[in-house]
Design a protein around this ligand. Structure first.
Ligand code: PLP
Length: 357
């Protein structure tokens, strides 16, 4: 379906139509100039060679300080997507299964299946505030369950998990010996307080990224935090695959961390404004949705909607969204990604709102 939508966008743009792209989870804002300059400076200093497969010591140390772990627990990866893949590749065997609360970022499910494991989806609903039912989760766990994936805040709902629920989930996972992979790529820009899984009982695996926080998606840099036995294995996997994230990019990441507080504050405010605008425009329609608690997404529902047909038709009106079926069994939902300049956000939302008056 995403393929059909992308093809239609390309065709319409070729015909000279302007499409407001609410279909991408890629920040529209440019990478801050000081970060770009740091890359050039690092290249001029010769940071263009092969290097450690674990990542640069300085960067690992800086991240370790932020997260309150040892540098040995951190490995730098080309985006968090690679980190997710590496963890799954190393922990899963054919016939194992992974539990994934849904709606979900499809890479989890696709990666699981590509490794011959089963993805057991646990459906959450807008009507229950997207909360995971812990009893349902417990009954899904069997002796082949190797991993439980939490994505907090969530793509596509922008919901932050209730801490009490996370606590219960962690208790169940610890008791049953199931490891948790916590994807926290939206946490830094969250509008409400989030608690990293590192703060809960037990040994968990965290993936995080520079992509969303610092609008550095195309630079491909993220990291994984895990116990030393697992990080050692990831480093070996890095060695036999991509070798290392380019050092000049790691240097820019260090610069980003230096500017972290200011950048996060600015970015968060920007996305918060967009989310508020979206709530204001959409609340005047028959759409149901939960207020985004993090960037960039809204995941509204309209009873009886065929969101695949809707998404294709909406393109004719100049707006691209993603049907809910791309995130699990959610045909009545669609995902709006507020990653466009404010005037486009306003216009695009008004066009969507018109369809549901
Ligand atoms: N995790 C989630 C939930 C995402 O939505 C995305 C990208 O959209 C990623 C991870 C991948 O990010 P990265 O650029 O770090 O690979």
């Amino acid at each position: 379906m995403l393929y059909e939508i992308n093809e239609k966008i390309i065709r319409l743009e070729r015909e000279g139509r302007k499409i407001i792209k609410f279909n991408l989870g890629d920040p529209d804002l440019p990478t801050p100039m000081k970060i770009i300059e740091a890359a050039f400076e690092a290249m001029k200093r010769g940071k263009t060679k092969y290097a450690s497969a674990a990542g640069e010591a300085k960067l690992r140390k800086a991240l370790a300080e932020i997260h309150g772990v040892d540098a040995d627990n951190i490995v730098i990866t080309p985006g968090s997507k690679w980190a997710v893949f590496a963890v799954m590749y190393l922990l899963l065997e054919k016939g194992d299964n992974v539990i994934i609360p849904s709606p979900h970022w499809t890479a989890y499910e696709l990666t699981t299946k590509s490794l011959g494991a089963d993805a057991k989806l646990i459906k959450t609903r807008l009507e229950s505030n997207w909360e995971v039912n812990v009893e349902d989760l417990e009954t899904l766990i069997d002796n082949k369950t190797k991993l439980l994936i939490l994505n907090n805040p969530n793509n596509p709902t922008s919901k932050v998990m209730n801490e009490k629920v996370v606590e219960k989930i962690v208790d169940v996972a610890n008791e049953k010996g199931v490891r948790i992979l916590s994807d926290e790529v939206y946490a830094d820009l969250s509008f409400v307080k989030t608690k990293s899984l590192l703060e809960y009982e037990g040994e968990h695996i965290i993936v995080n990224s520079f992509s969303k926080t610092f609008t550095m998606s195309g630079w491909r840099i993220g990291y994984v935090i895990a116990d030393k036995a697992l990080t050692d294995q990831i480093i070996k996997l890095n060695q036999i695959t991509f070798t290392n994230v380019p050092v000049f990019i790691q240097e820019t990441a260090l610069k980003a961390l230096e500017l972290r507080d200011q950048i996060i504050k600015t970015m968060r405010e920007n996305y918060r404004k967009r989310a508020e605008l979206a709530c204001k425009i959409l609340s005047d329609t028959k759409l149901k949705f939960t207020k985004p608690e993090a960037p960039f997404y809204v995941f509204p529902k309209f009873d009886g909607l065929n969101s695949e047909v809707f998404a294709l038709n909406l393109l004719d009106k100049g707006v691209a969204v993603v049907p809910g079926t791309s995130f699990g069994d959610y045909p009545e939902h669609f995902r709006i990604s507020l990653t466009a300049p404010e005037d486009e956000v306003k216009l695009g939302l008004k066009i969507i709102a018109e369809a549901f008056k």
